[in-house]
Design a protein around this ligand. Sequence first.
Ligand code: HEC
Length: 124
Amino acid sequence: MARLLTFTSALVLALAGVAHAEGNPAAGRAVFQTQCSICHAVTPGAGFKMGPNLHGVVGREAGSLAGYSYSPAMKAAGFVWTEDKLRTYLPNPRATVAGTKMTYAGLHNPQQVADLVAFLATQK
Ligand code: HEC
């Protein structure tokens, strides 16, 4: 019985580890290049592309970058971009911010999402 319990808790810990997989920022940079850089710059002062500059996005209020013309939906989103919020948003942007003009279908690979968010968190 004790062994079964030990095994079960090890399994639970292993699964929790998967759910909160640590992202790899270097891998995330590559994901950013292929998935996001067509519409977003991430270096400070690089300005806007079709989307706002994502430098310092973690910790920034949604829809708040001065000079960028956000959709009314993003302006009214009323939350701060945390790593958790990005992990929720990126697989399905329109489910998190209904009416966003970010026409991106979503990033569905959980490891790529974790890596990308880890990369964004270093861009500050
Ligand atoms: C086809 C162009 C396009 C692609 C590709 C794209 N985005 Fe966007 N993104 C936008 C636009 C346009 C907005 C502004 C949305 C609005 O105002 O509703 C935006 C907004 C955002 C915001 C909100 C920023 C803020 O200041 O509130 C985040 C975060 C974001 N994008 C992350 C990403 C990431 C990460 C990727 C790559 C997985 C990505 N986007 C891919 C066009 C794009």
